[in-house]
Design a protein around this ligand. Structure first.
Ligand code: HEC
Ligand code: HEC
Ligand code: HEC
Ligand code: HEC
Ligand code: HEC
Ligand code: HEC
Length: 259
């Protein structure tokens, strides 16, 4: 009994701490530090490479998402949304799976002896020069505040980039589904989050989110709360590592003041 009491007292205390530190939106969540803009979205892939005498592969999202939607890789080609979960062998790539679907020597550089090091770069790879061209010279993409510091939504909407929706069926287009949802937080003093389907569908398949991440019925997704988002669930699946990061409170909670 004493134990249970202590537990609930602890619960109350931590709620109180959350209340005091969360409101009114500042440096409460103790978010992990963001990498520099050119490294945001980089994924170190090293399930086997180092063990097999090759340097690790550092996959860059920004250099690929200018040309391809998330859907191409995470729906058509079946890459996992979690680093290290795709289980890739060099043989698969040579067979045209995973990276090999494009890196075949015609759409993109192929898997040849002199190209091993283009992918197996090791952790010290520096892509900052190529990245600078995205914003300045070549692409002139609109600025964002966090993450890659690129406003990818505007870049796509203005046609500055045309990420392919499908690599197999060029005629395929996203379903027109413009439903915007206001996701009221359970705590009345927190300004609600907004979710726009039409800013997501150019990049993603409905099946990327439904039903494994979100139920299709509004407000039936269980435990849909910030504490779980911070565990990289729900919106946090993408908005921690690749899309505009969780630090950007006012992107999702438009009425929250900027940090
Ligand atoms: C050209 C292919 C490609 C494209 C396009 C792509 N991804 Fe990825 N993504 C990958 C690969 C490869 C991984 C690493 C998977 C692994 O390690 O098993 C990955 C991993 C991820 C992860 C996990 C990162 C982590 O640190 O855990 C997230 C989240 C993600 N991608 C989201 C996106 C989103 C959102 C988009 C669209 C804006 C996108 N990806 C576009 C290939 C791609
Ligand atoms: C959907 C097609 C596609 C897939 C899948 C893909 N790439 Fe690429 N990748 C490209 C294209 C197109 C380019 C640019 C053309 C070129 O460099 O040949 C490119 C460029 C690159 C570059 C040079 C630019 C940079 O980021 O430094 C690297 C390295 C690279 N890819 C690694 C990978 C790895 C590793 C994977 C798998 C984990 C992968 N790619 C999967 C299409 C793809
Ligand atoms: C287009 C990008 C790309 C190129 C080019 C490439 N690799 Fe890889 N390779 C990968 C990725 C991605 C993995 C998976 C990394 C991991 O998780 O360990 C991998 C894994 C490996 C592995 C460990 C897995 C296994 O099958 O044993 C070896 C060995 C390997 N590559 C050798 C090579 C050699 C040799 C070359 C050049 C002939 C090469 N790779 C070129 C992307 C590439
Ligand atoms: C990036 C993730 C994501 C993508 C992609 C996505 N949805 Fe959703 N969808 C959501 C979220 C989040 C909700 C709200 C869930 C909740 O409230 O529990 C939702 C809710 C819905 C609802 C219920 C709306 C209501 O008012 O009750 C429908 C219907 C729906 N989605 C259809 C689709 C269709 C069709 C597509 C593809 C064109 C799609 N979704 C793509 C995240 C997504
Ligand atoms: C499967 C990946 C994924 C999930 C899950 C996801 N998003 Fe996104 N989101 C994206 C991508 C891709 C973009 C395009 C812009 C970018 O990458 O920064 C985006 C853009 C946005 C934007 C900016 C555009 C706009 O509509 O104003 C907001 C806000 C946003 N997402 C909110 C949410 C919320 C809220 C959730 C959870 C209910 C969510 N997202 C879940 C991938 C995702
Ligand atoms: C990618 C979108 C997204 C971003 C970025 C985001 N939130 Fe949230 N937030 C949500 C969603 C979705 C909910 C849950 C709404 C609901 O209950 O249906 C939520 C709920 C909340 C709640 C209510 C309590 C709870 O746990 O549900 C608070 C407080 C909150 N967010 C604060 C913040 C702060 C502070 C930041 C910036 C550090 C932030 N959020 C960034 C999407 C986001």
């Amino acid at each position: 009994m004493g134990k249970i009491l202590t537990k609930s007292a602890q619960g109350l205390l931590s709620l109180l701490v959350v209340f005091i530190t969360v409101f009114p939106c500042a440096a409460y969540f103790n978010l992990p530090p963001l990498p520099t803009a050119d490294k945001y979205g980089d994924v170190v892939m090293d399930q086997k490479a180092t063990a097999q005498g090759q340097k690790a592969v550092v996959f860059s999202h920004w250099s690929h998402r200018v040309r391809f939607s998330c859907r191409v890789c995470h729906f058509e080609l079946d890459f996992a949304f979690v680093a290290g979960q795709s289980d890739i062998n060099e043989e698969d790539i040579l067979d045209g799976d995973f990276c090999g679907a494009c890196h075949d020597g015609s759409q993109a550089f192929g898997v040849t002896k002199q190209n091993c090091v283009k992918c197996h770069t090791g952790n010290d790879i520096d892509r900052s020069k190529q990245f600078a061209q995205l914003q300045d010279k070549l692409w002139k993409l609109p600025q964002g505040q966090y993450g890659n510091r690129i406003n990818w939504t505007l870049a796509q909407q203005r046609g500055l980039i045309k990420p392919k929706y499908s690599m197999f069926r060029p005629e395929e287009k996203p379903l027109a589904f413009a439903k915007a949802l206001v996701l009221e937080a359970e705590w009345s003093w927190v300004s609600p989050a907004v979710f726009n389907h039409d800013t997501h569908t150019p990049w993603l398949d409905c099946a990327n989110c439904h039903p494994s991440i979100f139920n299709i019925k509004k407000k039936t997704t269980k435990h849909f709360r910030m504490e779980y988002i911070l565990e990289k669930k729900f919106c946090g699946v993408c908005h921690f590592a690749v899309s505009l990061p969780i630090d950007d409170c006012s992107a999702c909670h438009p009425d929250m003041r900027k940090r």
